[in-house]
Design a protein around this ligand. Sequence first.
Ligand code: SF4
Ligand code: SF4
Length: 284
Amino acid sequence: MEIAVASGKGGTGKTTVSLSLATYYRDKGFKVALLDCDVEEPNANLFLNAELTEKVECKILLPKVDDSLCTGCGKCDELCEYSAIVLIKGKPLVLPEMCHSCGGCALICPEKAITEIERAIGVIEKGEKDGIKFAGGRLNIGEVLSPPLIGDVKENYPDADIRILDSPPGTSCPVIESVKHADFLILVAEPTPFGLNDLKLAAGMGEALGLPSAVVINKGGDNDRMIKEFCESVGLPVIESIPDNRTVAEKYSRGDCVSIIRENYSDKLEKITEHIRLSSRGQR
Ligand code: SF4
Ligand code: SF4
């Protein structure tokens, strides 16, 4: 089963929830993999502390033009939806950061002047900690195209019983790449006006993708009502509210938020995982 943990905004506690779920399932005897798909700001392993034993480069294909064959016909420029290859004074110029590696320009070139070369956009780091397998992507500085790296992160540990995907924040392409095939989507929300606004966007994304989804409120308290009212209005279950707790915050700042959640909120984790068990794809 693949469980994606996402949120409309950063800092809501996605990674805390992801790690808590990973340790919960590990404690129950499942083979668990934690996949950090937040490749622009990977932080899951800051808390898991897996010893990283493997590093693999993620490469994408980039067009390369042979000027001696190019006639300047402009067909590549016309084809490219992303303006990643543009004709300037009759010569095609490739803009690597814009290229989505679709290969279309190489196919359409009548002179076979375009070949494809590999370009590294980031790395995938792998390791294990106390029975939890870990893989996380790290996008190279300056790169903007993270979905291919996220796709490669998700290739790891296909034989795990439970794969937890710690998604990037927001609702843009990297998030969709992370969550699109999940069996269940947990949306972590904090009960603030900003949190509510971003939850609305994330809930819309989950619905558009047809994902079974539910909300876990983090840093919950008196303001939970605003999240619950919205969720009720759109038929989105709120499974649990993890209270705002100074001790958790202090432990988080020292890189250990998971143990305290396991120790103090195991009943909440039980409830969350039971809801996932009953509502994930395949159970419905
Ligand atoms: S399609 Fe080929 S020949 Fe035409 S401009 Fe592009 S690279 Fe040159
Ligand atoms: S590979 Fe695709 S996205 Fe990249 S320059 Fe060619 S047509 Fe554009």
